[in-house]
Design a protein around this ligand. Structure first.
Ligand code: PLP
Length: 352
């Protein structure tokens, strides 16, 4: 057994959620002005909500404990029980939110398989149901940007605008799961408000590449956010002196957005090296932000074996299904760390 404590540095590429708060965040948290947020009296939370809404181009916003709660409170607010939600088949809401779409909102999923995270517009149009005596009416169309399971691929502004136009023509609202919306905006080099223009609600996470310890936000109209606040309370997400954590989220919004470009460069470096290695299958066109998902084609190497051998070399990553691995770059992994991961992969793949 290698001695864990002797290792110089662990390169943790499992997720951008492992990022720790920066020194500026810890200072802001220690000094945060707070109040009871259930009474609407936490000045730091109020400021975070105002700035988030403004940044995304909405009237209002609501701070919630997690991205999952952000999605589920939004969905609950948009749909009626028995409604259908059109969404990408491998989306986070469907794959990793414990069936909450059905168990909390009583909604049906209408999954459509996308290409690099984007559903086909004609298939979306064909899936919309007006509601009759027999059919479940379409209550919501949900987009994910960047798309986690599509290797962090970005939905471009034109695609979002086209889906919004189609949805609204049928009187259907659009929610964007923008857990990594700033990664998308940075990759496209446009302001996030332009990217999501027309959507009825958008949520994003502070706790991923932006490095804050906790929290997400939902943005929408003032009326929508008033309803979503009730949904948050019902889900147990009413928070008291939440300004302590919101203070770190404000630092995230002010200081941590532009630097996401570094994570994207590191992911690109990693992906280009991996694409050259034997036994690996990787679609370089999908690698647009900070997530690198690739297939292992060598029969004798399954993801658990590869993960174990990487771990011996101080590199941590996760499996994505039976034949795929995922590396995620972030603030707490340097370019040198990425080069170490590349070297470790080369070594492992060279040995039979
Ligand atoms: C991480 C993530 C979420 C959920 O965020 P949590 O804070 O982990 O609940 C939602 N959607 C996408 C696309 C994500 O990557």
């Amino acid at each position: 057994m290698p001695d864990e404590s002797a290792r110089a540095e662990i390169v943790d590429l499992r997720s951008d959620t492992v990022t720790k708060p920066t020194p500026a965040m810890r200072r802001a948290m220690a000094e945060a002005e707070v109040g009871d947020d259930v009474f609407g009296e936490d000045p730091t939370v109020n400021r975070l909500q105002e700035e988030s809404a403004q940044r995304l181009g909405f009237e209002a916003a609501l701070y919630v404990p997690s991205g999952t709660m952000a999605n589920q409170a939004s969905i609950y607010t948009h749909v009626q029980r028995g409604d259908e939600v059109i969404l990408e088949a491998t989306s986070h809401v469907l794959a990793y939110e414990v069936g909450a779409l059905a168990s909390i909102s009583g909604a049906l999923a209408r999954p459509l398989r996308g290409v690099r995270g984007a559903m086909d517009l004609e298939e979306v149009a064909a899936a919309i149901r007006p509601g009759s005596l027999h059919e479940p009416p379409t209550g919501l169309i949900l987009l994910e940007n960047t798309h986690n399971n599509a290797s962090g691929a970005v939905l471009p502004r034109e695609h979002i605008a086209a889906v919004v136009e189609l949805a609204h023509r049928h009187g259907v609202p659009v929610h964007i799961d923008g857990a990594r919306i700033f990664n998308a905006a940075v990759a496209l080099n446009i302001v996030p408000a332009k990217l999501v223009a027309g959507a009825d609600s958008v949520c994003f996470c502070f706790s991923k590449g932006l490095c804050a310890p906790v929290g997400s936000v939902i943005c929408g109209s003032r009326e929508f956010i008033d309803h979503a606040r009730r949904a948050r309370k019902m889900l147990g997400g009413g928070m008291r002196q939440a300004g302590v954590i919101a203070a770190a989220a404000l630092v995230a919004l002010h200081e941590m957005v532009d630097r996401l470009a570094e994570d994207h460069q590191n992911a690109r470096l990693l992906a280009e090296a991996l694409a050259e290695m034997p036994g690996i299958q990787l679609d370089l066109e999908s690698i647009q932000t900070n997530i690198v998902i690739f297939g292992i084609t060598r029969e004798d190497l399954d993801p658990p074996a590869l993960i174990a051998r990487l771990k011996e070399r101080g590199i941590l990553c996760l499996a994505r299904g039976p034949r795929h691995l995922r590396f995620v770059t972030h603030h707490d992994v340097s370019r040198e760390g990425v080069l170490c991961a590349i070297e470790a992969m080369r070594e492992i793949l060279q040995t039979p």
